[in-house]
Design a protein. Structure first.
Length: 338
């Protein structure tokens, strides 16, 4: 299969059929074999009924429905697990992403051998104060922190080589930072492409100003995980040892000063009356706690198990084999053929 189109959605009933027809026309005109994966993230309108109707008309349409709203990252995670195309395209369901971009995105991945192409909505039709300016600040901070020279991290229109989406974990609200996750996983050929941005035709946006606050917090998280996620002891252990040594040396200085004054018969005060004693003691305690935090982080990292982060209510035309089951089947096949 050439292309999988993964579309997370929440209450986008009005736009789904138009988006499907547009994608299907593009695929047929370019003779692509394709699948369209609609991930219904707990919609409360008739979005799922529309997806069911589309699946009945077109075998290439597949659907996954969550019990409730889990977030865009979880929807993408589910779509990535089920995608079978050589190239995976993600786009939003609100018709603000243009399916006519798909052939060029496909060419960049397949023929020019890029791992990931991120869309850049250079000309936007969003509100300047509530979206454009905060978005520019957010993207500037993301560039400085991640080292990736992308202008629009949050653009929903992206193209991936299949191996990329099968080797990254999209969780929490990390969908904004998939290029960073891909870079951290070792996929270096990441580029951006200017794409057309269209004004919203139906409904209203599902994201408010709080998404930028969450975005900055997630940016700090992903910076930390990219540097210390596999070695928490390198951060917490180093800080803990440093704090403990500062406290220990401070306590030693207080003790040495006490002994010096006693030896020279100078007036002294009780060690516990010296405020620096408590500062040194607190520093040693904090240092010990930081060291233990790093130690516990290493233990948890080595014993963690992956749990499902969402519950699926219904599926349409989707093979529900989990990655673990697929691996077992592949191993069994190897044993039989061997």
């Amino acid at each position: 299969m050439n292309i999988s189109v993964v579309i997370p959605l929440l209450n986008e009933q009005e736009s789904l059929r138009e988006l499907h027809d547009w994608i299907a026309r593009v695929m047929l005109s370019n003779r692509f074999s394709y699948e369209i994966l609609f991930i219904d993230d707990g919609s409360t309108d008739r979005s799922w009924e529309t997806i069911e109707a589309l699946a009945a008309e077109n075998d290439a349409v597949k659907g996954i429905r969550f019990f409730r709203n889990y977030g865009k990252s979880q929807a993408l995670h589910a779509g990535f697990r089920m995608a079978r195309g050589e190239v995976v395209i993600t786009m939003d369901a609100d018709l603000q992403d243009n399916p006519e971009e798909i052939p060029e995105l496909y060419d960049l991945i397949v023929n020019q051998k890029f791992d990931l192409i991120s869309g850049w909505k250079k000309k936007r039709y969003d509100d300047v104060l509530t979206k454009n300016i905060p978005s520019k600040l957010f993207n500037w901070a993301a560039r400085k922190t991640s080292g990736l020279k992308l202008h629009d991290f949050n653009c929903g229109l992206k193209a991936y080589r299949k191996e990329v989406i099968k080797n990254i974990e999209v969780y929490g609200e990390m969908h904004r930072y998939i290029p960073v996750l891909a870079k951290n996983a070792g996929f270096a050929k990441i580029e951006e492409k200017v794409v057309q941005h269209q004004s919203r035709k139906y409904g209203k946006t599902k994201f408010g100003m709080e998404r930028f606050i969450h975005g900055f917090l997630d940016l700090i998280t992903i910076w930390f995980l990219s540097r210390f996620g596999k070695r928490p002891m390198h951060l917490f252990g180093a800080l803990g040892v440093l704090m403990f040594l500062i406290g220990f040396l401070s306590a030693g200085f207080i003790g040495a000063d006490k002994l010096y004054k006693l030896y020279h018969q100078q007036p002294t005060i009780l060690v516990t009356q010296n405020p620096w004693f408590f500062i040194a003691l607190a520093t040693m305690i904090i240092g010990s706690q930081l060291f233990l935090a790093g130690f516990l982080g290493e233990i948890i990292l080595r014993n963690k198990t992956n749990n499902d982060r969402y519950k699926i209510s219904d599926v349409l035309n989707v093979d529900m084999l989990t990655d673990q089951k697929q691996a077992k089947q592949q191993q069994a096949g190897k044993r039989i053929t061997g």
